[in-house]
Design a protein around this ligand. Sequence first.
Ligand SMILES: *Cc1c(COP(=O)(O)O)cnc(C)c1O
Length: 400
Amino acid sequence: MSKTQEILRQTESYSASNYHPLDVVLSKGEGVWVWDVDGNKYMDMLAAYSALNQGHRHPKILAAMIEQAERITLTSRAFHNDRMGEFLEKLCKLAGKDKALPMNTGAEAVETAIKAARKWGYKIKGVAEDKAEIITCRGNFHGRTTTIVGFSTEAQYRDGFGPFTPGFVTIPYGDISALKQAITPNTVGFLVEPLQGEGGVIVPPEGYLKEAAILCKEHNILLLADEIQTGLGRTGKMFCCDHEGVVPDIYILGKALGGGVYPVSAICCNDDIMGVFHPGDHGSTFGGNPLGSAVGIAALDVIIEEKLPEKTAELGSYFADELRKIDSPHVDHVRGKGLMIGVVIKESSGTARSFCEKLREEGILAKETHHQVIRFAPPLVITAEEIDWALERIKKVLLS
Ligand SMILES: *Cc1c(COP(=O)(O)O)cnc(C)c1O
């Protein structure tokens, strides 16, 4: 039995089967490359759903983590630590906001934004108790807590997990008149992904975010931008909202904020919103811990110093253009922004998963989303030569 088979058997024996991974067992990673336990090398075209924007084991992030681990790792928020302030200052300056609230996972940051918006609605906007409404979009992905799956439109994400938290309204994504119609005097927030990643790499019509931001302002509603996947360079700007010059009321960040080594998430907003939180209102044992803060500082430094957003804009359009040139009978179209690219497979050609399995045989690890879409979202540290290497193999699979 190969090492891979042995480990798959062990994993399947003891792991809950809430995932259906490709049957590759990884044991080493560096930059855009990963190796499996049988010594095969692959290019990572998923980058942990954009949590690895800086690549696997970025030396600067690793060094920061190791150095911090040798001093102090966790204090809880019952005491101050000497790294959180520095991290949050860097993050706030990057986002152009007054304050940040650190959590760990993306879902926790979304929950934090929901709590902030609701409390702002009651205390500042003056919505009557328990009447606050938050508008969300069809096809959204904001995480897996019971509140969040309650406003998912993916039947499987909800099935068996109710009853759900009330106070959420769903509208079609990219439809500004639907947003206008959904607004009531009780609306406190509009929670939106500037580009839907898990939803199938869906780019909304141009101007959508800008118009949404104007509507929100007119109606005194908070724009909550879930930039957990699109933020920190992925789409070729620091934040995906930047493409339309939009500054949301609350940025929701995660994934790459942890530099691919540690879960770090946060919301960033101004004092008028963050001011609703008082001691005891909200918290997290691990949120803002010194290890996560040290990692977060290094993760942001790498994105800024290596100009990853600018690089991504350039390489992303090269990659997408070259993908469009492949005259494959299986491909319906190619879409995306920066290095978040979806190749849509025609239903007559089978599912995207079968293509991902063929890509894997060629040394490329990619993951399908929504049956028909192959997502190409490598670490942003990828080079043009590495993209060419991938293109050769992608071409082979798409033309076969
Ligand atoms: C991944 C993701 C989340 C959830 O993050 P977790 O760290 O898995 O909880 C939320 N929103 C978006 C847009 C995401 O891509």
